[in-house]
Design a protein around this ligand. Structure first.
Ligand SMILES: C[S@@+](CC[C@H](N)C(=O)[O-])C[C@H]1O[C@@H](n2cnc3c(N)ncnc32)[C@H](O)[C@@H]1O
Length: 248
């Protein structure tokens, strides 16, 4: 029941995680070489903000997958209505059972979604899909400083128990057979302007529509708690863009 309201909350939003087109494109431009017509896989694409940003720059094709059909439908409609350089092929499939041939992608992109399968496990399972020398670019939530205050350590310990710091993520990437190309931390505005401000506005609207609905209210309060945590403790954690190349 709660999931229904989480999905309804996010369906109308551009993003389901902190980011910005500028930072997506900064990551794209940091990749040394891509073919002119690359084949790209965007895993956990949500409503596809990053897919659309990439398709505005790249030629070739982007297969965008998510396991929630309304996100896929929204992205398909949006892709049709825009003039883009790359063709987008949205598909409703799970990241746990990707139906693609080995070595079929030049680039795998995944913003805010690898935590679902697990960082090392995702890197391990997705690697065979990359062509030799192919790239994987992802964002993952990390601690930015050691010894965070107990309240926020407990909060993320419960809600994202496998969260660690960038150093450990880079070591895990190396161990999974990737070479580091670059990494950078998403700006605070990617959280506040790109994510929590539209999310809070959407909650305010839905509260009016769903007044008295206890399940919906629980979802709204949980979401607001997360946004309030960022206001109070945002300097302790962030999203890291990590750019990797499959080793030969
Ligand atoms: C935090 S959101 C990020 C979405 C998008 N990349 C963005 O940044 O706005 C995580 C996404 O993963 C999707 N997801 C959850 N479980 C999945 C699975 N098993 N396979 C594919 N996608 C999944 C969710 O539907 C959601 O769209």
């Amino acid at each position: 029941m709660e999931m229904e309201y989480f999905y309804r909350l996010y369906e109308q939003l551009e993003r389901c995680a902190p980011s910005s087109d500028e930072e997506t494109l900064k990551a794209l431009k940091s990749l040394p070489q891509l073919p002119k017509q690359p084949r790209v896989l965007d895993i956990g694409c949500g409503n596809g903000a990053q897919t659309l940003a990439l398709a505005g720059q790249l030629g070739g094709e982007i297969v965008a997958i998510d396991n929630y059909q309304p996100f896929i439908d929204r992205l398909a409609a949006e892709a049709k209505s825009r003039l883009l350089k790359a063709d987008i092929f949205p598909q409703c499939v799970s990241m746990f059972e990707l139906p693609f041939a080995a070595q079929s992608f030049d680039l795998i992109w995944s913003e805010g979604a690898i935590y679902i399968i697990g960082f090392s496990e995702g890197l391990r399972q997705w690697k065979p899909l990359l062509k030799p020398g192919g790239y994987i670019v992802l964002t993952d939530m990390v601690w930015l400083q050691e010894d965070p205050p107990q309240e926020i350590a407990d909060y993320w310990g419960e809600n994202n128990p496998n969260m660690t710091d960038t150093k450990e993520r880079l070591a895990q990437a190396e161990a999974a057979g990737y070479q580091l190309i670059d990494h950078f931390t998403l700006s605070p505005e990617a959280w506040t302007e790109g994510y929590y401000r539209p999310l809070r506005e959407r909650i305010a609207l839905m509260r009016q529509e769903l007044a008295g609905n206890e399940t919906a209210e629980k979802v709204f309060s949980m979401t607001e708690e997360e946004a309030d945590m960022y206001d109070r403790f945002g300097e302790w954690y962030g999203y890291e863009f990590i750019l990797l190349q499959k080793k030969a």
